[in-house]
Every structure is written in C-alpha cells, then in structure tokens.
Design a protein around this ligand. Structure first.
Ligand SMILES: N[C@@H](CCC(=O)N[C@@H](CS)C(=O)NCC(=O)O)C(=O)O
Length: 227
C-alpha cells in the first residue's frame, strides 16, 4: 500500500495537530513541505483543494482536508494496532470530538487572528478584532481550567485527538495571551503536552522556522532554535 501524502508546513499550528496524530498512531506518511508564499506552489495547492488550506492529505486517490477529518481517516485506515486517538465508546468519542471542536474554534481560531493582525500593514491593523480574540482566548482558558479538574488529558485519562488540537493551539496562543495565576491546571497541562514525545517532535521540526513566526517575541526562550 502506498503511504499517504501530507502537504504541510513545519511552522503551521494546524499541521502540528496532524503531525502529532501521525506520530501517536505510528503511521508512515510521505511529507511534502508546502510554501504557500510561492505562487506556483499556491496554484498547485489550490488545484488540489480550492480553499487552499493546509494540511491536506492525499490518500487512495482522494484529497482529504480539515485536520479532524484527516485524523479520523488516518485512525480508521492506517493506525497501528492498539493505537487510538478516538475512543471506541461512543460517549467518550463524542467528548473527544467536542473538545477537538472547542480547541479549534476558540483557541486555534482566535490565535490565528493575532497572527493575521501581525501580518497586516501598520495602518490596516484591527484593534477590535484583536481585543475580541483576546477575550475569546481568556474565556477558553477558563473553560479548559475547569475541564482539567480531575483529568490528566483534556478529555480524560487517555491522550486523544483533542490533545492533538490543544498542543499547537495553546503553544501559539500563549505567545500572544500568556496564562495568569488562576490557570494553574492549564499551566501544568501545557507542560505535560510539550513533554509528550509526539508534541516535542513537532516543536523540534518547527524550531528553525520560528524566526519567521509573527508572534516570536512572545515565544519562551526554551523553544528557540539553539542554532
Ligand atoms: N479548519 C482547518 C483550518 C486550516 C488552516 O487554517 N490552515 C492554515 C494553517 S494553520 C492555513 O492553511 N493558512 C494558510 C492560508 O490561509 O493561506 C483545519 O482544521 O484544517
């Protein structure tokens, strides 16, 4: 069987989510670095997927977009025996999907709003959009803090797809809106995430690229590239 192809960039938070899942599920993929800043690469990517977002998986003659769908596809068709990021129990699976959605919509998305604003020209910055993104992030941090009471990972005892979403979204969100003293459980959870080998691998691959990250002034020194 041919390995699936993943179009990705090592700096992208959404790509980290899928890279972490690939590592956790023990899957071989053919990774293709995608530079959307290059007009020819962008045009080729738009031909594969008109929304032009990454990551994008190609498998069995199909283009598969959207991180959560990519992970479910990989889980179903390629996971090593015994490896799972979505529990078999339907109720537990629903919790994982709920937290995956919450992290994508209320941590990943507002974090991306900060990045988008930093990339705008000086006169085109949108202070109101940034203030809204900050409010959403602080509300999400409070919700996560509450959810973590008595839980090791975000949806329970097992590391799941929701933790794949949590790791990169929080990693970058914290560079814009740091945690406060009332986020003690979230702070400890973040340390568990960055210590997880699959997450550490994604961060290591990104290190040489952090110099291009618009929020690099908020990135903790321990994540800088030693080189
Ligand atoms: N909901 C999508 C979000 C994908 C997304 O926003 N990808 C970003 C990178 S994190 C991207 O492709 N940005 C480039 C662009 O919009 O041109 C998913 O989960 O896959």
């Amino acid at each position: 069987m041919t390995a699936p192809t993943l179009h990705y960039h090592p700096l992208s938070s959404c790509c980290h989510k899928v890279l972490i899942a690939i590592d956790e599920l023990g899957i071989e993929v053919d990774k293709r670095l995608l530079n959307l800043g290059d007009p020819a690469e962008r045009a080729a990517h738009l031909a594969r997927w008109p929304l032009g977002k990454m990551p994008l998986l190609e498998d069995r003659g199909r283009a598969i977009p959207e991180t959560s769908i990519i992970i479910e596809h990989l889980q179903r068709h390629h996971a090593r025996p015994g490896r799972t990021l979505i529990p078999h129990d339907p109720g537990e699976a629903l919790d994982v999907r709920l937290w995956d959605r919450l992290l994508d919509l209320y941590v990943m998305t507002p974090m991306q709003a900060f990045t988008a604003d930093r990339l705008r020209a000086e006169g085109e910055r949108d202070a109101q959009a940034v203030a809204r993104a900050r409010d959403t992030l602080l509300t999400a941090y409070a919700l996560i803090e509450q959810q973590l009471e008595g839980r090791h990972w975000i949806a329970g005892d097992a590391f799941s797809m929701a933790d794949c979403a949590a790791a990169p979204s929080l990693f970058y969100a914290l560079t814009y809106v740091p945690l406060l003293p009332q986020h003690a459980r979230l702070s400890a959870y973040f340390e568990r995430l960055v210590d997880r080998p699959s997450v550490a691998h994604a961060i290591d691959e990104a290190r040489p690229w952090f110099q291009f990250y618009p929020g690099r002034d908020g990135l903790a020194r321990r994540f800088h590239d030693p080189a």
